[in-house]
Design a protein around this ligand. Structure first.
Ligand SMILES: Nc1ncnc2c1ncn2[C@@H]1O[C@H](COP(=O)(O)OP(=O)(O)OP(=O)(O)O)[C@@H](O)[C@H]1O
Ligand SMILES: [Mg+2]
Length: 261
């Protein structure tokens, strides 16, 4: 097992807002670390630190054992950390294959004679997609014509093709129907099986449970718990997510208020 990322007691404040406090987890090659939490829990803040969008101001962030503080997403990408954001930075009217390469298109010739190598671009994209088991009829079709799930799949295949070691997905299944969410989760599992370390963000324990190896539960910027899969079952994870312990405490409080002694 190889440890790709580790955060130790990281914290982040935006002005006076404490977005994250004392959060720790690890990401290993060939495993999925799942970050769960409600709106405003700090999930995106955590992955933005991993992705080089923001810097932590407390604790430690280690990449393959080395403490880092990325100054930009480019630096994270250079270390093999690829992030697929929920809104996906795609150009809807551009073809699938152009989006696949966006900024790194293959060319033929050199200097002023350099031109886009369309044939190679199309073939490479088709091959990379089919290697992941994604069968697109036509890579020349605009990305805008793909379903949300298919777009996520293209983004995952792209990260794998460009050699990412860590794949971070911010709520890839949030806007999807049951069937499409299942397809995206299948590719998450495939990226994992190819040896990538995956960070999956979701607020749905049913999406998280089948593919994850460990869970980090966040609430209002702090960790509610960190579990290996063997330590928690789906029912308990769901209960924790729903604020089970808090509900019980509230119930207790209400009952106590009803019958003052
Ligand atoms: N750029 C920012 N400036 C100030 N506050 C911010 C900024 N980004 C996030 N926050 C605050 O930090 C907290 C955590 O936000 P974050 O986006 O990490 O939550 P999240 O778990 O991703 O939520 P969601 O499920 O809604 O995406 C929130 O209270 C949010 O308002
Ligand atoms: Mg978020």
């Amino acid at each position: 097992m190889s440890r790709l990322l580790e955060v130790k007691d990281v914290g982040k404040t935006y002005g006076s807002v404490i977005a994250l406090r004392d959060v720790s987890t690890v990401v290993n090659a060939g495993e999925v670390t799942c970050v769960l939490g409600d709106n405003g829990a700090g999930k995106s803040t955590l992955i933005k630190i991993l992705a080089g969008v923001h810097q932590h101001d407390r604790g430690e962030f280690l990449v393959e054992g080395e403490p880092v503080k990325f100054a930009s997403p480019r630096e994270a990408l250079d270390r093999g950390i690829a992030t697929v954001y929920q809104d996906l930075a795609v150009v809807p009217l551009m073809s699938v294959w152009r989006n696949f390469f966006l900024g790194s298109e293959p060319t033929v010739g050199f200097g002023p004679f350099r031109a886009l190598d369309r044939k190679k671009g199309r073939e490479t994209t088709k091959k990379a997609l089919s290697d992941m088991g994604i069968d697109l009829r036509d890579v020349e079709q605009p990305v805008g014509t793909l379903s949300g799930g298919e777009r996520q799949c293209v983004a995952i295949a792209r990260a794998v093709y460009f050699g990412a070691k860590v794949l971070i997905l911010d709520e890839p299944t949030a806007a999807l129907g049951v069937k499409q969410a299942g397809v995206v989760l299948k590719y998450v599992a495939q990226a994992r099986d190819r040896g990538l370390g995956v960070v999956l963000i979701t607020h749905n324990p049913h999406h998280a449970y089948p593919v994850a190896d460990r869970f980090l539960l966040l609430k209002r910027g702090v960790s509610l718990g960190a579990y290996e899969k063997s330590e928690i079952d789906l029912a308990e994870l769901t209960r924790q997510m729903a604020g089970g312990a808090e509900l019980e405490a509230l119930e207790h409080e209400l009952r106590a208020a009803e019958s003052p002694s």
